[in-house]
Design a protein around this ligand. Sequence first.
Ligand SMILES: O=C(O)COP(=O)(O)O
Ligand SMILES: [Mg+2]
Length: 243
Amino acid sequence: MQVPLLFNPIALNSIRINTPIQAAIVDLDGTMVDTLGDFAAALNGMLADLALPAITTATIEPMVGKGSEHLLNLVLKHALAQSAPAQAAINSEALFERAWDRYQHHYLAINGQFSQLYPGVLAGLQAMQQRGWKLACLTNKPTAFALPLLQAKGLDSFFSQVFGGDAFERKKPDPLPLLKTCEALGTLPQHTLMLGDSRNDAQAARAAGCPVLLVRYGYNHGEPVEAVDTDGLLDSLADLAQR
Ligand SMILES: O=C(O)COP(=O)(O)O
Ligand SMILES: [Mg+2]
């Protein structure tokens, strides 16, 4: 099949992707929106309801990226370890159900209020749209958190598909969500670029056969993103506006 001219391989400064790109799958937390303030507000609301000590944004940052269940487990363990001996003896699993309920309540109440778009996100999405790429948002965040956040930040209209961490049987770094998203977009993985901020995104992309670029900002579990196996790093999604 003749590939339309718009879908060229990518050549940006030092980055070369030698396969035509027809679509992009874009991660949400740490890539498009800096949501640490939302995580902190919702988690601290939950911790207060459970009479547990508050947690700082700096402690939360390396815990983000593997979905809300994972985050909540780490936060509960951390908070219990900071508590008085009687509470510290409590198993975090015993608190999980109540914590999850309170966390959802608080997250949905503040969703987007303490988070900001990263610079260059709108320009980057517009550039990808102008290249004629189909766009999907794929996040490990629950879909019920992702949809209102995209709306609140004016990003929803860019995406034909939005899939959260609960949309498929497994989350990133498993390749399944990427393969399913490619299926929904109607594109082959080798023509579908993954844009993310963490090794989760890169590992999932490599295993699915998608080219992958990561942004230099974002979370990446508190580790330098330079160490991750990718096809290149971007200072901002607006780098994609270069020709
Ligand atoms: O909620 C998370 O764990 C992170 O979500 P992300 O996949 O959009 O980075
Ligand atoms: Mg992310």
